[in-house]
Design a protein around this ligand. Structure first.
Ligand code: DSN
Length: 438
C-alpha cells in the first residue's frame, strides 16, 4: 500500500467515526491536537508510526485466539497465527532471545506473569524500590506483586544516587530471594546486568530484568543487553521501542534452577501469560508489535536511538548550566530526573507549570525524597518522543533553554506566553501525523 492510499484509510476511518459518533471523534481529535501542539517529554511515551497505528486498528481486534500459534481454543486462527508468528520471529531477530512471548497486554501483566512462572505466594524477591527509581510492580505494597510475594528492596547510594551493588549483594545474601529483579522506571544511568547475574548466581536466584524503559536502546546496542544474561526479561513495547501500547516477555528455554520440572522456563512463562493471568490476546496489537519490530530492525532505528541519547545529553548540559540538580549528576540513557526543589518548586508545581506552557513531563519522587509521592521533589522527563518528532541538537537546545526559563521564572506570564509562541513555531516545522485530517 502506498503512503497516499494508507493515509486515505486512516482519514476514512476517522471520518466514519466522526459521522457515527461525534463525541468520541472530538475526544480523539482533541488528544491529537494536544499531542501535536505540545512538547511531549514524558519519559515513557512516544509516537508510533502511521503503519503501527493502522495495524492496531485492523479487524484482528475481532478475533478470539486464546492459546498460542498452532494450539488455539477457537477455529479460524490461521491468519492470527501468522500475525503472532511474525511478531515472535521479528522480536527474536531483534533481541535474540531463546523464547519470546508477545501476548502480554501491558508491562504490569508481563511482570505479573514472570512472577507467576517462577514464584509461589509468599516467596521472597529482591527488587528496586519505587522510591529510588523502581516500579510499582517491583513489589510495592499497593501492587499485587507486593501483596502476593515477600519483596525486599534495594535502592541507590546516597552519595552517587546510583545502584549500590554492595547493598544488593548484602540483601541477597541475607534474604536469599528466589528472584532478583533488575530494571527501573526512573533511573537515568546504565544498569550493569552482569553484576546482577553474578549476585543471582551466588544466592541461587533467578534474574529477571524489566527493560521497559530502555528496550529501544538495547535493541540498538546502546545499552548493555540483559537478554544473554537474565533468565527472564520483560519489556513494554511503547516506550523507547516505539511500538503500540503492550508488552513482551523473553526468556531462556531451560529453567536452570529446576531442571527436573516437567515444564521448562519457556513453557512456564507461556502458561503464566495464558491461562495464568490473561485470556484472549489482543491480536491487532500483536500485529502492530510486529510492524514496530520490523521498523526497529532497520538501520535508521539505531540512528534514532543514538539521537535520543544525544538529545538527553544536551538537556543534561543545559540543565546543569542553569543550576538545576540532576539525580546522579546526569544521564546515560533517554531520561533525566530533576530535583526541582533546587529552583524552589515542588514536582507537582513544576509539572503543572510546564504543562501550562505545553511541555509535558511527570512529577516523580527522587531518591530519599522527603516530600509525598503526590507532590514529590522531582520531575522525570525523556527525549524519545521529541526525537521521533524529528528534533535534533539545534532544536533540543532551544527546548532545554525554554524549559529552564520557565522553571526559573514561574510567575512571569509574559515570558511564558513568549515561550509558548516559540514552541508553536518550532513544532510547526515538525508536524505530527500530517496525513490525519483535523
Ligand atoms: N508508567 C510507566 C512509566 O511511566 O514509566 C511505567 O509503568
Amino acid at each position: 500500500m502506498t503512503v497516499k492510499q494508507f493515509s486515505r484509510t486512516i482519514i476514512g476511518m476517522l471520518d466514519t467515526l466522526k459521522q457515527q459518533d461525534l463525541t468520541a471523534w472530538e475526544i480523539a481529535q482533541a488528544e491529537l491536537s494536544r499531542q501535536r501542539n505540545g512538547l511531549e517529554m514524558i519519559a515513557s511515551e512516544n509516537f508510533v508510526s502511521l503503519a503501527v497505528l493502522e495495524a492496531a486498528s485492523t479487524v484482528l481486534t475481532n478475533k478470539y485466539a486464546e492459546g498460542y500459534p498452532g494450539k488455539r481454543y477457537y477455529g479460524g486462527n490461521q491468519f492470527i497465527d501468522q500475525a503472532e508468528n511474525l511478531a515472535i520471529a521479528r522480536a527474536a531477530q531483534l533481541f535474540g532471545a531463546e523464547h519470546t512471548n508477545v501476548q502480554p497486554h501491558s508491562g504490569s501483566q508481563a511482570n505479573q506473569a514472570a512472577y507467576l512462572a517462577t514464584l509461589n505466594p509468599g516467596d521472597t524477591v529482591l527488587g528496586m524500590s519505587l522510591a529510588c527509581g523502581g516500579h510499582l510492580t517491583h513489589g510495592h505494597p499497593i501492587s499485587s506483586s507486593g501483596k502476593i510475594y515477600h519483596f525486599i528492596h534495594y535502592g541507590v547510594s546516597k552519595e552517587s544516587e546510583q545502584i549500590d551493588f554492595d547493598e544488593v549483594k548484602a540483601l541477597a545474601k541475607e534474604h536469599k530471594p528466589k528472584v532478583i529483579v533488575a530494571g527501573a522506571s526512573a533511573y537515568p544511568r546504565q544498569i550493569d546486568f552482569v553484576k546482577f547475574k553474578a549476585i543471582s548466581d551466588e544466592v541461587g536466584a533467578y534474574l529477571m530484568v524489566d527493560m521497559a524503559h530502555i528496550a529501544g536502546l538495547v535493541a540498538a546496542k546502546l545499552h548493555p543487553d540483559p537478554i544473554p544474561v537474565a533468565d527472564i526479561v520483560t519489556t513494554t513495547t511503547h516506550k523507547t521501542l516505539r511500538g503500540p501500547r503492550g508488552a513482551m516477555i523473553f526468556c531462556k528455554t531451560q529453567d536452570r534452577l529446576h531442571l527436573e520440572d516437567k515444564k521448562n522456563l519457556a513453557q512456564k512463562i507461556d502458561s503464566a501469560v495464558f491461562p495464568g493471568i490473561q485470556g484472549g490476546p489482543l491480536e491487532h496489537i500483536i500485529l502492530a508489535k510486529a510492524v514496530a519490530l520490523q521498523e526497529a530492525l532497520q538501520p535508521s532505528f539505531a540512528a534514532y536511538q543514538q539521537q535520543i541519547i544525544t538529545n538527553a545529553k544536551i538537556l543534561e548540559t543545559i540543565f546543569l548550566q542553569n543550576g538545576l540538580r540532576l539525580i546522579s549528576g546526569g544521564t546515560d540513557n533517554h531520561l533525566l530526573l530533576v530535583d526541582v526543589t533546587a529552583v524552589n518548586l515542588s514536582g507537582k508545581e513544576a509539572e503543572n507549570l510546564l504543562a501550562s506552557c505545553e511541555i509535558y513531563v511527570n512529577k516523580n519522587a527522587i531518591p530519599f525524597d522527603t516530600r509525598s509521592p503526590m507532590d514529590p521533589s522531582g520531575i522525570r522527563l525523556g527525549t524519545a518522543a521529541l526525537t521521533t518528532r524529528g528534533l535534533k541538537e539545534t532544536e533540543i537546545k532551544l527546548v532545554g533553554e525554554w524549559f529552564c526559563q520557565i522553571l526559573k521564572n514561574p510567575t512571569d506570564a509574559a515570558k511564558h506566553d513568549q515561550i509558548k509562541k516559540e514552541i508553536a513555531g518550532l513544532l510547526e516545522q515538525f508536524p505530527l501525523y500530517p496525513q490525519i485530517n483535523s
